[in-house]
Ligand binder design. Structure first.
Ligand SMILES: NC(=O)c1ccc[n+]([C@@H]2O[C@H](COP(=O)([O-])OP(=O)(O)OC[C@H]3O[C@@H](n4cnc5c(N)ncnc54)[C@H](O)[C@@H]3O)[C@@H](O)[C@H]2O)c1
Length: 447
């Protein structure tokens, strides 16, 4: 469903009217277009500590316009240099309260020189890994700083904090290819931890080449977009949905050259059927199928409760375990669970849905260390308000609130969620496990 307010606010009359009466003025976000090669199309400013030097070593693969504040041919001078499309600041060396002012000194001069849809990244070290309490406190301070600055950015700007673990430095390229590019257009104010990962991406134009992926709930909405994006990135995709959705499923399968499986994931023999359909194993498992049956708890029927918990939580648990136990899920597999910010913030009328989605986040957290010896990662992706058939049914006032109550002032697109899933599906994204990545435009809910 299209967001008419954004169309209006970006028309020439609407733009003036919206500014005159002080209404929010969301910009049209820049998204990744198929065929694009460079993650950053424009100027990248690098600064800060030693990790920035490591980024410099591969920065020419991100863009050919690389700047620093320092002396040299590529010095960037506020007000004189080009508008910045991307910024990386390494704050991992900051160990004392006094040193935190480097954040203000670095970012303040550039804030009025950002291009539309600019992507900013701060690098740090995870506080829980540091022995010195003051150093841990300084690194934790980065979280408050980055989440606040993310809220101050204008014109579609987004900002994330990446805590880089020991030995995870060579995972920075994969993470920055995602977080500095329009693939992460609707992600902001997030804190992500990177750890060492043994499996690299071989070909950045087709990072999922040679990987077999299963997407549940693939007939429409976010699932269909995930399937398309995984296929774009080179994966062989298998599409699954309920038998009632067979026509849509097969039409998408024909478009993508993908196999289809018409199966209810809650049916008793779902696990054995799936294993039979996947004799050659599986590298990427995306549990996207999900339903809502909203009622306040006072009016919640047992049927509504059971249906939501069965589809959203029990089926991913049972199927993942069966695919692991049967050896169908290969070593270094990537598992992605579609959660929701409702599972983080809670939502009136969604006790069943929020319980199921919070349960998925807990599942990723608990299973990640157990799967680590096999190199398997498991993460949750928590979408905020995404423009799909599910959200088109929300009453108008609630729908408008859902769209505007975020730093980006708009809903996301299925593609935004799909890009995050595709990134977590990459071989190198074993660097991230047991985490919940919100794709919500820094929604105020549960922030
Ligand atoms: N749309 C949003 O704003 C939003 C926000 C947060 C989370 N999510 C989550 O993202 C996922 C996709 O959402 P969507 O908006 O595309 O939903 P959707 O309703 O458009 O699509 C869900 C798909 O899952 C399939 N499905 C449902 N039950 C199934 C079952 N038992 N077996 C197999 N397939 C089944 C449906 O047939 C449908 O094709 C869901 O898990 C949802 O909870 C969506």
């Amino acid at each position: 469903m299209s967001d008419r307010y954004i169309d209006f606010a970006n028309s020439s009359l609407g733009h003036r009217l919206v500014a005159a009466i002080g209404l929010p003025s969301p910009v049209r976000l820049e998204r990744w277009q198929a065929g694009r090669l460079r993650p950053v199309e424009g100027a990248l400013l690098l600064g800060g500590g030693a990790l920035a030097t490591q980024v410099q070593a591969f920065a020419n693969k991100l863009t050919d316009a690389i700047y620093t504040y320092g002396n040299g041919t590529s010095t960037w001078i506020p007000g004189h240099g080009p508008k910045l499309k991307a910024v990386v600041f390494d704050a991992s060396d900051l160990q004392h309260t006094d040193q935190l002012k480097q954040l203000r000194e670095f970012f303040q001069p550039l804030l009025k020189n950002l291009d539309n849809s600019a992507h900013l990244v701060i690098l740090g070290r995870a506080p829980e890994t540091l022995a010195d309490p003051f150093a841990a406190s300084a690194q934790r301070a980065l979280e408050g700083f980055s989440r606040s600055l993310a809220k101050e950015l204008r014109n579609g700007g987004v900002l994330q904090l990446l805590y880089v673990g020991d030995g995870a430095e060579d995972q920075l390229e994969g993470a920055l290819r995602f977080f500095l590019s329009p693939k992460s257009a609707y992600i902001s104010g997030q804190v992500i931890r990177l750890q060492a990962c043994a499996t690299p991406v071989e070909d950045w134009t087709r990072p999922l080449a040679g990987r077999k992926a299963l997407v549940t709930g693939a007939a429409r909405g976010i699932g269909a977009s995930i399937a398309q994006t995984l296929a774009r990135d080179g994966a062989e995709v298998i599409l699954l949905d309920v038998p009632q959705a067979k026509a849509d499923l097969e039409a998408l399968g024909a478009r993508l050259g993908a196999r289809t499986v018409a199966l209810d994931i809650c049916s008793e023999d779902a696990a054995s059927q799936l294993i039979e359909h996947l004799p050659d194993g599986l590298d990427i498992l995306v549990h996207n199928a999900g339903i809502t049956r909203d009622k306040t708890l006072a009016n919640m029927t047992p049927e509504y409760w059971d249906a939501v918990l069965a589809v959203n939580l029990n089926a991913p648990q049972v199927l993942t375990k069966a695919l692991l136990d049967s050896g169908t899920l290969r070593d270094h597999a990537r598992v992605v669970l579609l959660a929701s910010i409702s599972g983080i913030a809670g939502n009136r009328g969604q006790t069943n849905y929020a319980a199921s989605k919070a349960g998925l986040i807990g599942l990723a957290q608990a299973w990640a260390p157990l799967l680590k010896p096999r190199g398997i990662s498991i993460n949750a992706v928590a979408p905020g308000f995404i423009e799909t058939q599910m959200t088109a049914h929300i009453p108008f006032a609630l729908r408008e609130a859902g769209r505007r109550m975020s730093s980006l002032g708009q809903g996301g697109l299925p593609q935004d969620v799909a890009e995050a899933v595709a990134w977590l599906g990459q071989p190198g994204s074993g660097a991230v496990s047991g985490q919940a990545l919100r794709v919500c435009g820094q929604s105020l809910l549960g922030a």
